[in-house]
Design a protein around this ligand. Sequence first.
Ligand code: SF4
Length: 107
Amino acid sequence: MLKAPGSRRYGKDGTTVVGTRWMDEALCRAYPTEMFETQDRPGPVPPEERAMRRDAVAVCGRCPVSAQCLDYAMRMERGAGNNRFGIYAGLTGPQRAKIARSGYGAA
Ligand code: SF4
């Protein structure tokens, strides 16, 4: 998982991802990145991780750029199948995988 959107604009090679000015308004920039980097693995989720995820989802619920964030995540994760991790736009990786399977973004 990449860092929270404030930092997610940097690609693996450190270059700036084009079209990410909206990230300047991302509420998660003011929160610890770890909140948004919860792992989505099978089995029970430890209570502290569950609480962190809940807090992250609440932040996303107030975020003015959640639509852009979801679109960004879906484009970035295109072809990722179930390999989606962390919270984007208030959604976990498995939730985004479900959206992708439903044909999100298909022309
Ligand atoms: S929707 Fe959530 S993860 Fe996306 S930019 Fe806003 S606060 Fe960050």
